[in-house]
Design a protein around this ligand. Structure first.
Ligand code: GUN
Ligand code: FE
Length: 425
């Protein structure tokens, strides 16, 4: 049987936002890429399977990056004195303009994919640029990497420099249909996702065209929502008819509901109506704490969303965020939630380690179905962490080891990685 084996080690995984399971010195049986079970000794019927022995190492579900911009990888760490709209014009748009050139795109995307492959991330929802050819190059490289991803060709037909903005709503729609036809059935691991950049970048005529595409192809959607004060007041000017930002995506069938799984990044300033719609439509909120701090967007009320039962995952939001590390992102999520509690509203208590671990694994993983945990029939996505290299981790219990990994681990501590039962390294 392909992708069938037994893995030995110390396992941690979530059953839900409150429940963390730890299994020390145990055997996980993987059959055809999915978890069959975790046992204290290998059941007789599985004794013939190959053994991957990671004794004394920590094994956790692969982490899920719900929001990252691949073409922004080359300038991460720059422009952190700006807010969103200025930062887009000064840094993001000029860089993304370069992806018109397929050679530039290939070189830059190769580095992005190489770094993502080494990281703790096994699945990701990725923005490309608005260019079809560069987006195909990115998808080809990701397919080869073994990671499982959604990738979007970005739509943007207004409020951007001429060298980047699409020439009309129709040109954007035509390019999107052309791209979707080209990538249809081309990949095993990479799937397309509809990617209107955000309302300031998309005319309503374009959103109308995307609505039709979504209805024809039934593909998922990703965008940005209620991220930054300047952005939100601009949206009010652009669409005075809307009583809140999310209503605009909703009008154009791009905001969750049956047949339209949707991810909205940020939701820092969502009002009660917007939160209710996010929840009713089952939209995933991608929380991106590093980005929210770097470009001074604000502090998202993540405790409120978590307790309110919204779908929640974590995003690195390169290059608003400056790191691809979801370890850092988990720690920052805890830290920022403490600032929310202390400075904004003491009724929303800070998140704990179990909750952010849930968000980085099962919370985002559910976007793919049974992913992000070691429960039976879940895809075997895993990273193996040699945490005895983190001084002080010996003789800690598994929960303490996981907590220290969240704060202290980096790529150098990852010694093996599996995606849907395939071993990447
Ligand atoms: N809103 C629209 N485009 C972007 C982007 O590239 N990064 C972030 N953080 N927000 C956006
Ligand atoms: Fe973003």
């Amino acid at each position: 049987m392909e992708r069938s084996f037994v893995v030995k080690g110390d396992f941690c995984y979530s059953l839900g936002k409150e429940e963390l399971i730890t299994r020390e010195n145990a055997y996980l049986v993987c059959i055809n890429g999915s978890v069959e079970g975790i046992y204290e000794t290998i059941p007789d019927r599985y004794r013939g399977l190959p053994l991957e022995d990671h004794s004394h190492k920590l094994i956790i579900p692969g982490l899920v990056d719900m929001h990252v911009h691949a073409p922004q990888f080359p300038f991460r760490g720059l422009g952190m004195d700006k807010e969103l709209m200025d930062w887009l014009w000064s840094y993001a748009f000029p860089e993304e303009g370069k992806y018109m050139d397929p050679d530039y795109a290939r070189d830059a995307y190769r580095e992005f994919v190489r770094e993502l492959r080494k990281s703790a991330t096994t699945r990701a929802c990725i923005f490309g640029s608005r260019h079809v050819e560069a987006t195909e190059i990115l998808m080809d490289l990701l397919e080869e990497s073994g990671l499982i991803t959604f990738v979007g060709k970005v739509n943007m037909d207004r409020n951007a420099p001429d060298y980047l903005k699409e020439t009309s709503a129709q040109a954007s729609v035509d390019d999107t249909r052309y791209w979707l036809e080209k990538v249809r059935n081309r990949y095993r691991r990479v799937k397309p996702i509809l990617t209107p950049r955000f309302v300031p970048s998309c005319t309503e005529r374009l959103l109308e065209g995307l609505k039709e595409i979504q209805a024809d192809y039934r593909i998922p959607v990703q965008s940005h929502l209620s991220e930054s004060p300047g952005e939100i007041s601009f949206v009010k000017e652009l669409c005075p008819w809307a009583s809140f930002y999310g209503e605009i995506y909703q009008r154009y069938g791009l905001f969750g509901g049956p047949g339209c799984p949707t991810i909205m990044a940020h939701c820092v300033f969502s009002n009660e109506e917007e939160i209710a719609l996010l929840k009713n439509n089952g939209v995933w909120v991608a929380h991106c704490p590093d980005s929210n701090m770097n470009i001074s967007s604000g502090i998202a009320p993540i405790r409120k969303y978590l307790d309110g039962g919204l779908h929640l995952g974590l995003g690195t939001d390169i290059a608003g965020g400056s790191t691809l590390s979801l370890f850092r992102t988990m720690a920052q999520t805890i830290q920022l939630s403490k600032m929310y509690w202390r400075h904004i509203d003491p009724q929303y208590k800070a998140l704990n380690m179990k909750e952010v671990f849930y968000m980085a694994t099962l919370g985002g993983g559910e976007f793919w179905g049974n992913t992000g945990s070691f429960q039976k029939d879940f895809a075997f996505d895993a990273i193996v962490i040699q945490d005895d290299r983190i001084a002080g981790s010996r003789d800690r219990n598994l929960e303490e080891r996981l907590e220290r990994v969240i704060y202290l681990a980096d790529d150098r501590n990852i010694c093996a990685k599996y995606v849907a039962g395939e071993k990447l390294f």
